[in-house]
Write a protein that binds this ligand. Structure first.
Ligand SMILES: *Cc1c(COP(=O)(O)O)cnc(C)c1O
Length: 395
C-alpha cells in the first residue's frame, strides 16, 4: 500500500474507464473541500485563444498568484508542454518555485525587489524594470556580480498609473539604455486598463498609440530588436490589431472571459466542491449561526458544509446572498458564513450527510459568485486558500 499526504495527484485515463470514480474516492480520503482543475479544459482554452492570435505573435501565460489560484508548477508545466513562449509571475518567489519544480521556460517577474536580485539571477528569472530607481539598483547589482546582458523587460505606464516609465521620461530612459551592455532588453510592454470595455476603446487606442511612440524612442536607442506587447485576454479578441509580438493571456486560460460570445467558446476549468458534515431539522423561530442573524420563518432542514471564509468563501455571501448547488438544486446560505463552515437551507432537497455540494463550477459559474458579492472572478479565484486541496485531472 502506498501512503501519501499533501501530494498533487494527476489522474490520467480515457473517459470509458470512469476515472471520476477513483477521483471521488481520493477526494473523500484526502480532504472534503476540493478545487478540481480540468487540465484538458485549460489546454482547450489555450487553443481557442491561440486560434485568434496572429501566428507571428508569442504567448506569455500569466501564472501569477498560483495561476489565478489554480496551482503553480502543475499549470506552468502543462503550458510549457503546450507551446507557450513565456510565463509571468508577480513576485520573485513565485518564479523560484517554478524553477525548483523544473520549469525551463523564460519567466518574467513583474514586481522585483532589491532583496530578490540574487534569486532572480540565480534562477534565471527576468525582471520587469519599471522605474529609474529599480534600473539603477539592478545595474549596481549586475556590476558587482560581473554580469552582462541580463535579460529584462521594460514596463511603460500608458495610463494605468501603477508601475512603469512615463512618456515624459522616454528621452532620459533612452539615454540610460543606449550602449548599455549590462542589461539586454527582451521586451517593452504596457498594460491596458479597460480592454474589455467598449466604452473605453478610444482610451485603449490612446494607450497603444503612446506605447508605440515610446517603443520607437527605445528602439532608436537600443539598436537591436525586442518584443513589444500590450494585450491581455480581452484585448486578444477585442483589439486583435494590437497583438504585436506577444500577448499576455491570463484569465481566459482559466475559462473566463468578459465577453459573452468568447465565454461561450471556453470550457470550465475549476470546480470548487465541499461536502455536508451534518444535516439537522431546525424549528421555525430558531436562529442559525453566529449573531442569530438568521431567524427561521418556518421549519427548515439545515446542512452544514465544510467551507468557510478561511477557505476563501466570502463572508459577504452569508444570509441568503450566496447559494450552492446540491444535486442541481440551488440552496441558499443561511446566517453568517463561519471561518470553516457554512450553513445551507436544504429544505426539500434530496441530500444526505457526506454528499457533495458545488460551490462554483459547471452550472454555477464563479462569475455568479463574484456578482453576488460585488467583486470580480479574479478575486474569488485567487482567494481560494492554500488549505483547499487542488486535484488535477485530464479527460
Ligand atoms: C494579470 C496581468 C495580465 C493578464 O490579464 P487578464 O485580464 O487576466 O488576461 C496581463 N498583463 C499584466 C501586466 C498583468 O498583470
Amino acid at each position: 500500500m502506498i501512503t501519501f499526504s499533501n501530494e498533487t495527484i494527476l489522474l490520467k485515463g480515457a473517459r470509458v474507464f470512469e476515472f471520476e470514480e477513483i477521483d471521488q474516492l481520493f477526494q473523500q480520503k484526502i480532504h472534503q473541500t476540493i478545487l478540481s482543475i480540468n487540465l484538458s479544459a485549460l489546454i482547450y482554452n489555450l487553443k481557442e485563444y491561440r486560434s485568434m492570435i496572429s501566428p507571428s505573435a508569442k504567448i506569455m501565460a500569466m501564472v501569477k498568484a498560483f495561476s489565478y489560484g489554480s496551482g503553480s508548477y502543475e499549470i506552468a508545466n502543462l503550458l510549457q508542454f503546450n507551446n507557450t513562449d513565456y510565463l509571468a509571475v508577480a513576485y520573485a518567489d513565485e518564479g523560484v518555485a517554478l524553477r525548483k519544480a523544473g520549469i525551463t521556460l523564460p519567466v518574467m517577474v513583474m514586481n522585483p525587489e532589491e532583496n530578490t536580485f540574487n534569486a532572480l539571477v540565480k534562477y534565471d528569472l527576468e525582471p520587469e524594470i519599471f522605474s529609474f530607481s529599480i534600473l539603477r539598483a539592478f545595474q549596481k547589482y549586475l556590476y558587482s556580480a560581473a554580469i552582462n546582458n541580463f535579460p529584462v523587460h521594460i514596463k511603460l505606464d500608458t495610463g494605468m498609473h501603477r508601475l512603469g516609465f512615463e512618456e515624459s521620461e522616454m528621452q532620459l530612459l533612452a539615454g540610460q539604455l543606449r550602449n548599455n551592455s549590462m542589461i539586454r532588453v527582451r521586451s517593452v510592454f504596457s498594460h491596458l486598463v479597460a480592454s474589455e470595455n467598449k466604452e473605453e476603446d478610444a482610451y485603449t487606442l490612446h494607450q497603444s498609440a503612446i506605447f508605440l511612440q515610446c517603443c520607437n524612442t527605445i528602439q532608436e536607442a537600443l539598436g537591436y530588436p525586442f518584443l513589444k506587447h500590450i494585450v491581455n485576454t480581452s484585448a486578444i479578441h477585442r483589439h486583435p490589431e494590437l497583438q504585436m509580438d506577444m500577448v499576455r493571456l491570463g484569465i481566459g486560460l482559466y475559462g473566463i472571459d468578459h465577453d459573452p460570445v468568447m465565454q461561450s467558446k471556453l470550457k470550465n476549468v475549476s470546480t470548487l466542491t465541499t461536502t455536508v458534515s451534518q444535516i439537522k431539522k431546525v424549528r421555525s423561530g430558531d436562529s442559525v449561526g453566529y449573531g442569530r442573524k438568521a431567524i427561521l420563518k418556518s421549519d427548515a432542514t439545515i446542512a452544514t458544509v465544510r467551507i468557510g471564509y478561511a477557505d476563501g468563501y466570502p463572508r459577504s455571501l452569508g444570509n441568503g446572498v450566496g447559494s450552492m448547488l446540491v444535486k442541481n438544486k440551488m440552496v441558499p446560505v443561511v446566517g453568517n458564513v463561519c471561518m470553516d463552515m457554512t450553513m445551507l437551507d436544504v429544505t426539500g432537497a434530496d441530500i444526505n450527510e457526506g454528499d457533495e455540494v458545488i460551490v462554483f463550477g459547471e452550472g454555477l459559474p464563479v462569475q455568479t459568485l463574484a456578482h453576488w458579492c460585488n467583486t470580480i472572478s479574479y478575486e474569488i479565484m485567487t482567494g481560494i486558500s492554500q488549505r483547499v486541496r487542488r486535484v488535477y485531472y485530464e479527460e
